[in-house]
Design a binder for this molecule. Structure first.
Ligand SMILES: [Zn+2]
Length: 284
């Protein structure tokens, strides 16, 4: 779903009178996930809930990041530690001060087993008013037991290429071009160059560009423009097909965590990107 639909999901929870205790909002960009969480807490806490008035005490306190019942947890390197989970747990069981709910927004991409197990304990017996909203790039890095006990809301990537470092994306385009032209000498030396000069974080960024480029190309190949997609069955078909392939790519990101040589990953994903499997996906 897109970011607006993701926020609306919280409205529907309230309308149904059933509010789950834990969510994972994943996919999309950092800003989109952040916006969804901001809107969600307003939907939950506003005096006019499930509407958002933007003028009541709760809305204003949330906008100024100053609401006593809402905590943002930002783990170092986006890796949630057991200490942070313990703090959440302690805090969670103290009743809300002024809001209906006590809400924890946790920006994390992974957690080691001890932290995950401790979090599971909270998920098994959450207080009635306790809600956790985990914001993650991808929910695949979490234990299946965590994922299965939470409501997973996936924000689809935008069709437009993301606003990323221009220098990196231009360089990447050149690498993809040299692979397409089978100029292997150029291709391998440019991969080596980029892998040598960028940090792990930048590399992940480059990875995002590749994924977005792949998605963009898939959509372009169908000659169906974004406008035509809206509100048709094609939208879901295209989304399904391209997503499964994008997910294949995203799985490769897991390698990054294990410190596999970034040059080799880069070579591999680009070669896969230009292979006939990607180009002719419609005819498969
Ligand atoms: Zn309000």
């Amino acid at each position: 779903m897109n970011a607006t639909q993701a926020s609306d999901f919280f409205v529907r929870c309230i309308e149904k009178g059933r509010i789950p205790h834990a969510f994972i909002v994943h996919g999309g960009t950092f800003e989109q996930r952040y916006d969804v969480s901001l809107k969600a807490v307003k939907i939950l806490e506003c005096e006019k809930s499930p509407n958002v008035c933007e003028t009541c005490y709760h809305c204003r306190a949330i906008s100024s990041n100053n609401h006593p019942d809402i905590s943002r947890v930002k783990p170092e390197k986006r890796n949630l530690s057991i200490d942070e989970v313990r703090t959440i747990k302690q805090d969670m069981y103290m009743k809300p001060y002024s809001g209906r709910y006590k809400i924890f927004i946790i920006e994390t991409d992974w957690m080691q087993a001890p932290a995950a197990n401790s979090l599971l304990k909270i998920l098994e017996e959450p207080p009635e008013y306790g809600i956790m909203i985990i914001l993650a790039r991808n929910n695949k890095n979490f234990l299946p037991t965590i994922v299965s006990r939470t409501i997973n809301i996936r924000i689809n990537p935008e069709i437009e290429a993301p606003d990323v470092d221009k220098k990196n994306s231009e360089y990447l385009e050149k690498i993809i071009q040299s692979a397409e032209r089978k100029n292997w000498r150029n291709f391998f030396s440019m991969c080596a160059e980029i892998a040598k000069n960028v940090s792990r974080e930048e590399f992940e960024n480059i990875f995002e560009i590749i994924v977005m480029t792949a998605r963009y190309n898939l959509l372009k190949d169908t000659e169906i423009t974004d406008k035509n997609l809206k509100g048709t069955n094609q939208e879901s078909i295209i989304n399904t097909v391209s997503h499964s392939q994008i997910e294949e790519l995203l799985d490769k990101r897991t390698y990054l965590r294990f410190n596999v040589n970034s040059r080799i990953i880069l070579e591999r994903i680009i070669l896969e990107l230009i292979s006939p499997k990607w180009r002719n996906w419609q005819t498969r």
